[in-house]
Design a binder for this molecule. Structure first.
Ligand code: BES
Ligand code: MN
Ligand code: ZN
Length: 493
């Protein structure tokens, strides 16, 4: 998809479809519409055929007063300005409706005065990204690839587009590319997307981007280094585990750290999961996928900041060599862990990755991202990722980045009171904390492996993919949140 911003005269721009947002009862319309088009919209509202209700769409052909073939009116449902979230929903629905017509090119008429509390850069960046996300498809595994959307060109039409808009557009495209990569990796089947396959993808990225360097540790190296927790998970699989480190050098100073859970398939191990929907445990590497996607986005936009991003990639399988419930292992930090449930493997791979990241790369902060607990899905559903942090500023930055992109998080407690649920009679800690507050005790476990560094943990178990049904698939979350967080840190938004 090719995006551009334009402020060409609408009466003469030939789009196959022009999308025009219309406020409730036609009261608000974007600037720049020819008088004839405005009159036609008003007449349509008066006739009762179109009222500008939220979600309402009306396709007009021919398009009155315009050179475009079709005019798609979309209701904002707002008396004056529409909420930013609703705007993005409208953009997404419009993109799908336009794609369904088979159009090859289209434009969306935008006006920042119609959207609450956003600036022009936001409108350009987030609208472009949302169109790209709405048209995403994954059919690389069909023998006859389905007919993809014919849409090739999408323009954002404004009164008075300028260079600032083009910069915001590039950012939107970069984020969209990152989201798309994260979705692809998540959707790939687990027989194709295994730890070394992820490592190869990372090495390929380092060949593409000059500012990106990748190093990969093998499972044997991890074992020699003392990553007893990581290896306890990985050793039951025929696929060797990998620790993948991206170093992006775009600015000065200590890097911002990211760490992603990359369980390419989670059977539960010896504490085997029940069979229903087990296929969805291919998505247990979506934290890692979001790290790949965020790295891609910052490379694409050439963000002036330093980032170190580590992926702990392993497969959790039951096997003669697999860890047993009751095993005690020594983590890289030196702390011992009694593995009471081999299905609580995410925290085991992450704890060693967190220690390694701190020791080796000395990041200024660390955010880990993981599809860590089913309990998080119970607590927050699929709308917000859980945000845990030992640092108020870091937590606030992540929450703000979530609000700004619609990729929202919600704060969760890390109180000491929860820590005792991890007591073990035999080791420094157990890897599970019992049935109560499962997402919180998992976060408490991780908190024991980050010291003297601002750290946050995102439990994305509910947000990383959509389960079952027709819409099943990876969402690419929280790439928008993470990228926005780094963009704010770099001062570019
Ligand atoms: N990957 C799962 C968490 C998960 C389950 C995410 C379902 C999304 C949907 C994780 O490794 C896991 O199995 N967690 C256990 C922890 C428990 C054994 C303490 C869980 O949530 O049941
Ligand atoms: Mn598990
Ligand atoms: Zn898991």
């Amino acid at each position: 998809m090719k995006f551009s911003v334009t402020s060409k005269d609408l009466a003469r721009s030939r789009h196959q479809c022009l999308v025009v947002p219309v406020g409730k009862d036609g009261k608000t319309l974007p600037a720049g519409l020819p008088a004839e088009t405005r009159a036609a919209i008003k007449a349509l509202v008066k006739s009762g055929d179109f009222s500008g209700e939220k979600g309402q769409q009306e396709m007009l052909r021919p398009a009155p007063g315009l050179a475009s073939q079709r005019l798609l009116l979309v209701g904002t449902g707002a008396d004056s300005t529409v909420a930013a979230r609703d705007w993005l929903k409208l953009v997404s629905a419009s993109a799908r409706a336009v794609a369904a017509t088979g159009a090859d090119n289209a434009a969306l008429l935008c006006d920042e005065a119609m959207v609450s509390d956003v600036d022009r850069a936001w409108l350009v960046r987030e609208s472009a990204r949302t169109v790209a996300e709405a048209l995403y498809r994954f059919d690389s595994f069909r023998s006859k690839p389905g007919k993809g959307p014919a849409l090739n060109k999408w323009q954002l039409q404004f009164a008075g587009a300028d260079r600032g808009d083009r910069k915001a557009l590039r950012q939107g495209e970069a984020i969209a590319a990152g989201v798309s990569l994260a979705r692809d990796l998540g959707n790939e089947p687990p027989n194709v997307c295994f730890p070394d396959a992820l490592a190869k993808r990372a090495r390929d990225m380092a060949k593409t981007y000059e500012k990106l360097k990748v190093t990969v540790l093998t499972e044997k190296q991890a074992e020699r280094m003392g990553m007893g927790a990581f290896c306890a998970v990985s050793r039951g699989s025929e696929h060797e585990g990998r620790l993948i480190a991206f170093e992006y050098q775009g600015g000065r100073g200590k890097p911002y750290g990211l760490v992603g859970k990359g369980i390419t398939f989670d059977t539960g191990g010896i504490s085997l999961k029940p069979g229903g929907s087990m296929d969805e445990m291919k998505y247990d590497m979506c934290g890692a996928a979001s790290v790949f996607g965020t790295v891609k986005a910052i490379c694409e936009m050439d963000l002036p900041v330093n980032v170190v991003a580590v992926v702990a990639a392993a497969e959790n399988m039951p096997d003669g060599r697999a860890a047993r419930p009751g095993d005690i292992v020594t983590s890289l930090s030196g702390q011992t862990i009694e593995i009471l449930n081999t299905d609580a493997e995410g925290r085991l791979v992450l704890c060693d990755a967190l220690t390694w990241t701190q020791n080796k790369f000395k990041p200024r902060s660390i955010v880990d991202i993981a599809t860590l607990t089913g309990a998080c899905v119970v607590a927050l559903g699929s709308h917000a990722q859980a945000v845990y942090s030992n640092d108020d500023d870091l937590r606030e930055s992540l929450l703000a980045a979530g609000e700004a992109t619609g990729d929202r998080g919600w704060p969760m407690p890390l109180w000491d009171d929860y820590q005792e649920q991890l007591d073990s009679p035999f080791a420094d800690m157990a890897n599970i904390g019992g049935p109560k507050g499962g997402s919180i005790t998992a976060a408490c476990f991780l908190s024991r492996f980050t010291h003297d560094v601002p750290w946050a943990h995102l439990d994305i178990a509910g947000t990383a993919w959509i389960s079952g049904g027709k819409l099943k698939g990876a969402t690419g979350r929280p790439v928008p949140m993470l990228t926005h967080y780094l963009m704010s840190a770099a001062g570019v938004c």
